[in-house]
Every structure is written in structure tokens, then in C-alpha cells.
Design a binder for this molecule. Structure first.
Ligand code: PGA
Length: 255
């Protein structure tokens, strides 16, 4: 982490967990814990809880994120949620291209690209997820898979359009929800690779300022060593973000 160039971001992805009541309760607790925190904090509750949680976090150091979006502003798209609707209720971030969406709901590099474009048009910070599967890692395809995901996902954007906004999350699929964390050397290797890729496809300024988060079984007891890696600028946390107490100790990783 290089905090002079990049403010750390700790993001919680609540996935398909929590009723409105549970979400509001967790958010209230978290707001109390994080009153004076010097990192960016984001939580992404399920869609049903976004508006009520928005009320709880308004004016606090906890920002709101969506777990997905559709790229149209409105229309006959049953079951989808638009970036306009998300900005309207106070979302600042949108997680895009999470591996669970790629795996179960048909998100592709092309749809991910359209979603990132839509997010940027509506002042939502895209948290653009990339990562290789176990089979791809074993076949030594990690770098080529990531190259393709980044190149296609960010196709057509200028460095200026992404500057100060883009967040990349490296989430090795084999480490998500499995209790298996990538070793810190594996994490640093891939983060440095991703940063060099941003430099190659865009420029040095974007490479220096883009925040690259690690995700995959981040817990209170492994967050410090992960955050100490020079190219890790934050964490995208699933399971361990569901409890305000646990998530709070991740947020305070430097203590
Ligand atoms: P996990 O999930 O922390 O439960 O492994 C991470 C994620 O999917 O974002």
C-alpha cells in the first residue's frame, strides 16, 4: 500500500445475505465503530436493503455500494436495476463483474464493459472485479486471463475517464468463500502485474493512482499482512464483512 498516492478502501460485499432489518442493524453498528477512520469504507448490501441502509450511512464515513447494475437508464428490463436508480438513493460505488455474476448469471467481459461505462456516466465508482479460476491458475494462465479481463473490461475508456474513479479488485476465484487465501507473494505478484497492465494499456499516472483491492477470504487475522504489500490498496471482503465487529477489525487493519 502506498497511502500517499492511494487512500486504502475496505469494501464489504454482503452478497445475498441479510433482511432489511438485519442490514440496517449491522450498518448502524458499523457507523458507530467507524466514526473516526482514515480509510475509505464501503458496504454493498443486497438491493432490497440499499435505500434503508442509505438513510443510516448518510453523512457518515461509510459509503454505499451496489453489488451489480444494468447499463440502461430505464426501460422494459424486468428484474434489473439501473445506475440512475442507484445514484438516486445515494450509492457511490458499484461492484461490477464479480466472479459469482460471471459464473452464475452470464456476465461477460462485454457486459462488464457496458456496466463500467454506465457506472461512470452516473458518477458511480466501479469496483471492477477480475480473477482466475483454480484450473486456470494450475494451467499457468493467470496472467493471460487477467490481461483479457482487464483489456476487454476497460476497452474504449480514456485514462482521463478512469482517473480518480476506477477501482480494480483482484479476486482469485479459488479463494472466494473457500477459506483459502492466496499467499501474500501471490497477491503482490498479481497486483504488480495488474498495475503494469494499467500502465501498458493507459498510462503511468493511472497506474500509480488506481486502487487495486484484494478479495478472497480476507479476515481480521490475515488483513494486516495483505495490506502491507506495496501494491495492495484495500480489500473486498465477503463473509467477514457480515458482522460489524469483524468488519470493523478489518477496517482497522493497521492497529
Ligand atoms: P469472501 O468473498 O471474503 O467470503 O471470500 C469475497 C468476495 O466474493 O468478494
Amino acid at each position: 500500500m502506498n497511502p500517499t498516492l492511494r487512500k486504502p478502501l475496505i469494501a464489504g460485499n454482503w452478497k445475498m445475505y441479510k433482511t432489511v432489518r438485519e442490514a440496517v442493524e449491522t450498518a448502524r453498528e458499523l457507523v458507530q465503530f467507524t466514526a473516526a477512520v482514515n480509510v475509505d469504507v464501503m458496504i454493498a448490501p443486497p438491493f432490497t436493503a440499499l435505500a434503508p441502509v442509505a438513510e443510516v450511512v448518510r453523512g457518515t464515513s461509510v459509503a454505499l455500494g451496489a453489488q451489480n447494475l444494468f447499463w440502461k437508464n430505464e426501460g422494459a428490463y424486468t428484474g434489473e436495476i439501473s445506475p440512475v436508480m442507484l445514484s438516486d438513493i445515494g450509492c457511490r460505488y458499484a461492484i461490477i463483474g464479480h466472479s459469482e455474476r460471471r459464473q452464475y448469471f452470464g456476465d461477460t467481459d462485454e457486459s462488464v464493459n457496458a456496466k463500467i461505462r454506465a457506472a461512470l456516466q452516473h458518477q458511480l465508482i466501479p469496483v471492477f472485479c477480475v480473477g482466475e479460476t483454480e484450473t486456470q491458475r494450475e494451467a499457468k494462465e493467470t496472467f493471460s486471463v487477467l490481461d483479457k479481463q482487464v483489456t476487454k473490461g476497460l476497452e474504449g475508456f480514456s485514462s482521463e475517464a478512469l482517473s480518480g474513479l476506477l477501482v480494480v479488485a483482484y479476486e482469485p476465484v479459488w479463494a472466494i468463500g473457500t477459506g483459502k487465501t492466496a499467499t501474500i507473494d501471490q497477491v503482490q505478484e498479481v497486483h504488480a502485474f495488474l498495475r503494469s497492465l494499467v500502465e501498458k494499456r493507459f498510462d503511468n499516472l493511472l497506474a500509480k493512482t488506481v486502487r487495486i483491492l484484494y478479495g478472497g477470504s480476507v479476515k481480521p487475522d490475515n488483513v494486516t499482512e495483505i495490506m502491507n504489500m506495496p501494491d495492495v490498496d484495500g480489500a473486498l471482503v465477503g463473509g467477514a464483512s457480515l458482522s460489524a465487529k469483524g468488519f470493523n477489525s478489518i477496517i482497522h487493519f493497521h492497529h
